[in-house]
Every structure is written in structure tokens, then in C-alpha cells.
Design a protein around this ligand. Sequence first.
Ligand code: N7H
Length: 576
Amino acid sequence: MKGQRMSPSPTTDSAESSSINQRSMVGVPTTTESLGQKAPREELLNVDDIQGNILAGFNKDFQTFLFLKINDKNIVKEWLRTITPTISTVAEVHSFNNVFRAMRVRRKGSDPRGLVATWFNIAFTSAGIRALTSEEEVEKFQDTPFRLGMHERAGLLGDPLDANGQPTNWVVGSPPNIPDILLIIASDDPSYLEAKLSRVKESIEALLKAMGDASGKAALEIMYEQRGRTRADMPGHEHFGFKDGVSQPGIRGRISREAKSFLTERVINPQDERALLLGRPGQPLIWPGQFVLGYKRQQHTDPLKPEKAVTPSPAWARNGSYLVVRRLVQDVPGFWKFVTAQSAELAQTAAFAGMTAERLATLFVGRWPSGAPLMRTPEMDNAALAADRFANNHFRYVDPTEPISLLPQANYPGDNFPQATGDNLGVICPHAAHIRKANPRDMPTDTGGANDSLTRMILRRGIPFGTEIKDPLHPTVEELREERGLVFLSYQSSIKEQFEFLSNHWANIENQPQAGGHDPIIGQNTASLNRSRKITLIAGTGESIDIELPIEWVIPTGGGYFFAPSISAIKTVLSR
Ligand code: N7H
């Protein structure tokens, strides 16, 4: 079989499973008995100073990203002072999201139409901070990738250097097109977004007039405009057809002086000690310093004992966060043609009889198109499970899951779906499946155990761009002419240890965090001259197959490493 190598089972031997089980338990309180601790005290988050998209998440169907270049720093500083009051804070976005969610629950899952908000956030590259402050100020930032810029790290990320996707071909983000500023405008309603976008553009154009520069050189230039919108045919799904934005870490911390005013809702019955570790079932609570500078950070072995906060450098970086933006083009017909042809071949084998294109694609992702996790429904998609926010993330890879007792929830019948069984060997969900690579949960890894993996988590805020392809196996000429993909965004407190680690270590390396191949969605294999990747599938019979993935379906075409400062830092350091 072309591109495939069938071999006997690596092992279904209980000795290996139990040793993995033991390793995964080191320092990992996965059961209630192993905890026996009190709830840790959680810090007060400065929700009026932190930008809203970081900790609350805009979660809007329509978003536009403006990449700007500073030509006159004094005029831009003046402009910054005028726009700062319009920057959306965590306090605002969080309260809106709460109202929206409560109404959705009352309306049994349908969106409350007419409840609309339009948000605005800002971030700066190191070049932008240099332009507004000084080289010394940039040198104070501790994150080396941020100081260097994404284009300088493209090789390390595994990006193609001699073909499609090389930084010199990026639409934005590589010299001479390195932006200084990123504006994010987001709304539930496209007409509100357009209105806000026009106002922002007018404010930028007004600067040109203020300068009175006959050469026409603007004080602030719009270098590139990237539109993003949810798919009209499948809202919330990315272009390969899978529900995105299902799994997000919970964030520890309070929004007011009240003891229980937690930013992330806590739904687990406090009688169950897992309430100390999780917001919702399957959603670990992470110390806020992993995402925002100046707060307590996650410790590598004990999730209840945080590392002390480090003093941010520069000091004005407090309440700010590093933002990764990556414009990723998706080859939707290529992906579906490949999985269709491969699944037909696999279906001919005894071990993988019955394989379909949808199932193979699901094995690549780790969730079914609806968002239902393979670990909870190994054989077929289950839309009801996908829609159940208390069940759709409640699974692990080593230990089986048991039902969790929740605080009373309106209109909720309980998680009555079959629970996940353990899957040490990667039979149900391959080790290289995208979500297992990106979050190995309770699986031991090359760098530690489950608690160590919590230090790698990121807050994803991406949105698709481009129009969908109606029938990926028969795309029209017009559909092929247009680019589509994901504007990937993630917030973290270390680009190096979080986004870059997930990308160049776990996604790109075939035997990390566990042997089993490259991430078929975002992995890039620079270890082979032709960049060809592989994924190992293991059948229920124990036989395994290596599938060769000769082409990549996700191509980086632009982006940058940004810093999203606090509102007070914009008001003071950056605009004075
Ligand atoms: Fe991924 N996809 O459609 O396959 N992602 N992702 N991602 N991703 C996730 O749980 C996708 C990308 C993560 O906690 C889902 O929200 C695509 C980058 C992480 O279990 C789906 C692209 C990075 C998770 C996709 C892309 C990540 C995750 C399941 C690019 C980081 C959570 C839905 C075009 C370097 C894992 C969900 C967990 C989930 C897809 C990019 C990371 C469907 C198409 C660049 C941490």
C-alpha cells in the first residue's frame, strides 16, 4: 500500500500500560483521594487594565485585523491617547460574555439575536515598541522570540524556507513589511464592525491631514488588512469542517474583592475535590501568570501551589500579554482528497475495514467534525455530546473518566454519554492527533507529566478567513482562486515556552510528546528533505500502520509576535 507501512502491534501488553499509568500519576492528582488539600487563594485580576481579548476572549463571528506602520512617532502617540479610552477591557468583555451565555442557556442553545457588542484591542511588535520608546526598552523584554520577531523564528518553527510559505512571500510580517501595531476590531454584527472600522480608518487618515505632509506620507500607514469571519454554512467550524474553540484552559483569579468572584466559572460540586483543579469537567484551572505578566504562575508538579509572580520586565509590561498572530492558509481540497484516497485504501485492509474519509480526518484531529471528542465516542460522531459543554471536554488519555458531580445547572440533564476509557497506546485517539499533540492531558511527556504540560497551555482566539468550499472534493474555479484558512491568535506569557514549544517541539517532532508521528494538521517536518510527515494509526486488533503525509495542508503566510500591553501602559509609557 503506497505511503503506508503495516506492522504488528507495538504492544498491548499490560506491563507497559501500567508503567505509563504510574508515571502519569507522579505528582498528578487525578483522583479525589490523592488531593486532600484546601482551595488555594486566587489573586485579584486587574480586569480594568487588562485588554479584553486576552482573558475573556472576544468570541465574535466578525473580526478585522489592521496591521499598521508608524512613520511619525509623536503624531502616533497623540493618536494613541485618543483611541485608548475605546480599548475594550476584560471587565467589559467578561460581563457581556456572561450575559450572552446566560441567555443562550435560557434559549436552550440558540444565540440571543440583537445582543451585540463591538470590541477593540491593540498590540505592538518589538519594532513598534522600539519606534515609540527606545531600543533599551525593547531589550528589557524577556521573551527572545518577541524581541526578534516571528519572521526571524520562521526557520525554527519549521516554516518552508524555499517554497510556498517562506517569510519573503508572507502577505505581512516579513521585511520590509513588518508591522508596528495590530488593531483587532470584533463584532457580532458585520454592520457594527464596518461602522467601527470606518471610524478607526478615519482617525488614521485624519493624521495625514494633521501632518500636512505634501509628500502624502502618512504618520500611520495601514500596511495590511485581514478580514476574519465565522463560516456562514457552519458557524464555529474551521475550514476543514471541524468545530474549533471547544477546549480552552480555565484561568484562576478573581474579578472583584469578593472571595468567590472567579473569572472562570466553577461548576463542579465542591464536595468533589476535583473542584479545586477544574472549572468545568476537563478544563484545568491555570494560574493567570501563564497568560498575563505579573501574576502567579503554574508550577511544574503541583497545580495547587503556584510559582511566585515574577516582576515583569520592563515594569510597565505588567497586565500585558504576548500575542502570536499567524495567518495560516488551509488547502481544503488537498486535505479531503488525501483522506478520501487513503481511507479507501485502508478500508481494504482487515485491520482498518470500514474506514471512511470522515473517520480518518477525525483521527488526524482527535475530535469529530461536530467537536465531539474521539475519546468519548470512538466509533461515530455525536452532535449532542459535542453541544454539551460539561461533557465535550471531559476526557483524558491515560485514565478512564468517571462522571463528575456538578453544582445545579439550569436545563441540564447530566452527562449521560459513555465515559472515556484509558488509551495509553493511542488506539482510540492516535498519539499524533492534533489535539493530543497540542494538549497531552494526563499523558506522560518527554518534559514531564500532566502537571508540566499545564505550563504549555495557551489562550486561542483565532477565527477563519476566506469563504468556505461547498464541496471540498469538487471545488469550483472561483473557490480555488480565493485563499482561506485560519487567523490563528494565541495569548501567553512566554512565546518561547508556550506557542513555540507546542509548534516546534510537540507538533513537529515525530516522537514527542509520545512516539506516533507528526501533527497532521500543523506539524512541519524539517528533519526530512522533502518535509514529508507521517502518522501512526493503531487498529483495535493491535496492528499499526504508518501513513505518509507527503504534503502540508496548513501553510503559514504571515503574522507576527506582538505584545498586548495594559491600558495604563498605553496611556503612560507608549503615548507620552
Ligand atoms: Fe488547533 N483543526 O481544525 O484541526 N485545533 N488548529 N492549533 N489546537 C483544535 O478543542 C486547527 C493550531 C491547539 O485542549 C481543534 O478547540 C487548525 C496551532 C490547541 O484538547 C481543532 C489549525 C496551534 C488545541 C483544531 C490549528 C494549535 C487545539 C479542536 C490551523 C498551536 C486544544 C477544537 C489552520 C501551536 C487542544 C478545540 C485541547 C484544538 C484545528 C492551529 C493548538 C478542530 C485547522 C497553530 C492547544
